[in-house]
Design a protein around this ligand. Structure first.
Ligand SMILES: [Zn+2]
Length: 132
């Protein structure tokens, strides 16, 4: 089991995955709605788009824009069962357990939180390693 930090670091090394970034408007949306509301949205999207054994339109079910969580799903490779299988070895053809859904939501929210924390970086800039 990898930690969320390990997963996020691996994703950051993927040119494609790290190309997804929240826009200023999307960050403002998250801040206006509040994290708890956005988390509920994430739970709903994970349930409706990923949780079934064979999700509808699998591979094309997640838009790349329209909601910060959609972007997070692509950025974290939680966009379809194919990517979940490739990145996290989540078995295809079986429903996602409640626990698996919770882990995905936690990863999505961690990515969103990092994007918000990075708000002063110019859009499109590479995320620098956080220093403490
Ligand atoms: Zn995918």
């Amino acid at each position: 089991m990898q930690t969320i930090d390990t997963a996020l670091e691996k994703l950051q090394r993927s040119k494609f995955r790290s190309s997804f970034r929240l826009t200023a408007a999307e960050k403002a949306y998250v801040e206006a709605k509040g994290e708890e509301t956005v988390r509920r949205h994430a739970e709903d999207f994970v349930k409706s788009k990923l949780a079934a054994a064979f999700p509808e339109n699998d591979g094309r079910q997640t838009p790349t824009r329209g909601h910060p969580v959609f972007k997070a799903m692509h950025a974290t490779a939680c966009c379809c069962r194919g990517c979940l299988n490739k990145w996290y070895r989540v078995e295809k053809g079986v429903p996602l357990s409640e626990e698996a859904q919770k882990k995905i939501v936690a990863l999505l929210m961690a990515w969103i939180r990092r994007q918000i924390a990075d708000r002063d970086a110019p859009e499109g800039a590479q995320t620098k390693k956080e220093t403490v």
